[in-house]
Design a protein around this ligand. Sequence first.
Ligand SMILES: *Cc1c(COP(=O)(O)O)cnc(C)c1O
Length: 367
Amino acid sequence: MNVPFIDFRPQYETIKTEMHKGLNAVFEKGNFILGEEAQDFEKDFARYCGCKHGVGVNSGTDALYLTVSALDIKPGDEVILPTFTFIATALCVSYTGAKPVFVDSEPETYNLDPDGVKKAMTSKTKAIIPVHIYGQAANMKEINALAAKRNIAVIEDACQAHGATYQGKKAGSLGQVGCFSFYPTKSLGGFGDGGMVVTNDQKIYEKVTMLRDYGRKNRYEHSIKGYNSRLDTVQAVVLAEKLKYLDEWNRLRNKVAERYFKGLGKLQGKVGLPKIKSDRSHVFQTFAVRLKKRDKIMEEMKKRGIGVLIHYPIALHLQEAYIDAGYKKGDLPFAEQLCEEVLSLPMFPHMSQEQVDYVCQTLAELV
Ligand SMILES: *Cc1c(COP(=O)(O)O)cnc(C)c1O
């Protein structure tokens, strides 16, 4: 049997008819940049997240970067973030000349560890960027409390958590600003790059809106040195159509996860399973297990037709790109251990029971 890591086709089939209607309208009108469909989608997605404002941008990386810029973070400043994440979480800080300060993960959720944050805080700390890794929110209560004491910003990297909830609130509305990616493999993914900043903060909203459009105040006047980072109208049409199904698709992801839990539960001690905290939901953008001898098992699974990936094999503090940050192996030990053990199994909403069972059986044989 062949089980791809992700299969986009069923989602495409679901939205096809309506989406093509929407796309045709845009092709006829030619309003490709900042068209009304893009503005409608900003409103829809912001509302979905429980936020007043949404600003469409060209990627999750830019959502983060424009947010960090809007907060006036600059050389000499420090921003705290997890080392166990995708590199864009740190790059957005580096682009401004500020210093990313890497922190270890919590044992249960693999999310940013609040105790580590506390220890990493200095007088230079200007913001904290928790990442809702794999689709489960970070410990926002403690992180927000630490930030509030020092009056610094909390920027959510919600690029893996579209629709996830924490104590009844949606990811993106849990800090001062929420940043999303619509990269094709994300739970809400376009047919190309895209991203969004959501917030209730009027000032940040206005600044990011200017930054993504050449620092424009109006057509000819530029108040700040901005960028070109907008969400295409065409992508907005695709995403608006997919947004209608996001909750349903997240529910289906949870059903796949349940079947994984059932199928892999008997391998206790050999396969480490995700843990869902009682005060939050998990949207399973990624279903990662932990394995000793991960690399061997991974190669064998690939040979048997199963698409698997590693998120992430190298912690950011040990990446060559961050050699200048001066960390060494052993500095953030739990994240380093995760990097050696995690394996992302196939996960997409329309994955069949037979596909899940085949992955479970194969894994059972290999461990
Ligand atoms: C995907 C991702 C990003 C970057 O998003 P792009 O749209 O690819 O730029 C940032 N942070 C995390 C945690 C991600 O998973």
